[in-house]
Design a protein around this ligand. Structure first.
Ligand code: PRP
Ligand code: URA
Length: 222
């Protein structure tokens, strides 16, 4: 394939993985990866990428018909036919919420707090704001990074125990190890991302990645 030609959107080695190769996404991703990008710009680009990936992740959801009166005449139209719950994984997923709400203004937002224990790399749950029972048709988990897959798998398990039947995972950058882990445990969960990076380093960071997505958004990476 010629240099500069966007690659296909679906990676055939993982049927549930959708990798966007849209030029706008590629351009913004470079800004995000650049270590010189300051938190304000970083947050802005996380938001823009989230909007673009959210747009793609919504491409197959159902719409229902309705009739609308234009200034000229009544016409057939459509509205989103699914109730959507957005589940940002604290902290880094917070930066993806506003863009998703622009796309889906009627979505509910339920925060889930998970952090990775730096020694074991296992997720630790510290906050859960899910309602008592499952009230939506589609849950979208938002987290910029899928590294070992521990946090995403834990979030999916929490949602499934709670009663979620349809889950999509929206990440900015994923590692092959994380995609393997999530798709092995939950082949029904579709993953949307802007890039599949090379591998994890011995501290569980994605290479080349962008560093710590939470620290870079919130200016805490000292
Ligand atoms: C990061 C990231 C994911 C997790 C990914 O969060 O936002 O939640 O690591 O790693 P995993 O796939 O190996 O589980 P982190 O634990 O650094 O917390 P933070 O968002 O509060 O910075
Ligand atoms: N979490 C991050 O924020 N970055 C990584 O590279 C891995 C996990």
């Amino acid at each position: 394939m010629a240099e500069g030609t966007p690659l296909p959107i679906r990676d055939t080695s993982w049927p549930a993985l959708h990798v966007s190769r849209h030029p706008a996404i590629l351009h913004k991703l470079a800004i995000l990866r650049d270590e010189r990008t300051e938190p304000k710009k970083f947050r802005e680009v996380v938001r823009e990428l989230s909007w673009l990936l959210g747009y793609e992740a919504l491409a197959d959801v159902e719409v229902t018909p309705l009739r609308v009166q234009t200034p000229i005449e009544v016409t057939d139209a459509h509205q989103l036919g699914v109730r959507i719950g957005l589940v940002p994984i604290l902290r880094a997923g917070l930066g993806m919420v506003d863009a998703m709400l622009e796309l889906m203004p009627t979505a509910e937002v339920w925060h889930l707090g998970l952090f990775r224990d730096e020694k074991t790399l296992r997720p630790v749950e510290y906050y859960n704001k899910l309602p008592d029972s499952a009230t939506v048709d589609l849950c979208m988990i938002l987290d910029p990074m899928l590294a070992t897959g521990g946090s995403a798998t834990a979030a999916i398990e929490v949602l499934k125990r709670w009663g979620a039947t349809r889950i999509k995972l929206v990440n900015l950058i994923v590692a092959p190890e994380g995609v393997d882990a999530v798709t092995a445990a939950h082949p029904d969960v579709e993953i949307y991302c802007a890039a599949v990076d090379r591998e994890l380093n011995d501290r569980g960071y994605i290479m080349p990645g962008l560093g710590d997505a939470g620290d870079r958004q919130f200016g805490t990476g000292h």
